[in-house]
Design a protein around this ligand. Structure first.
Ligand code: FES
Length: 103
């Protein structure tokens, strides 16, 4: 079984944008930041809101529901009310395709 799942060709994945997909029943979001691609579970650890509906500032994602802020690169919570980090999803680029890894 191929453990890597295609997200989008690099050429179609503009910097400053993000893509969502389902990965084994879990919503995930992949961000294209200035220095590369990063993946997180698309679920705020505070109350389950979709992080992909929030705003990106630099390398932070801000939850749209209550304003918790997370580091996109590490999943670390930076600003409450969330207290737990968001789980990181492994991302790679292979032959021009952005991919995420099944856990
Ligand atoms: S659900 Fe994200 S801060 Fe409350």
């Amino acid at each position: 079984m191929n453990e890597w799942v295609d997200v989008l060709p690099v050429a179609e994945f503009a910097s400053g944008t993000w893509q969502t997909l389902m990965l084994e029943g879990q919503a995930v979001v992949v961000f294209h930041l200035d220095d590369g691609f990063y993946g997180l579970e698309d679920c705020c650890t505070h109350d389950g809101s979709d992080l992909s509906s929030g705003d990106v500032e630099g390398s932070d994602i801000i939850c749209p529901l209550h304003g918790a802020r997370f580091d996109i690169k590490t999943g670390a919570v930076l600003v409450p009310p969330a207290e737990e980090d968001v789980k990181v999803v492994a991302v790679r680029v292979d032959h021009g395709m952005v991919q995420v890894r099944r856990s």
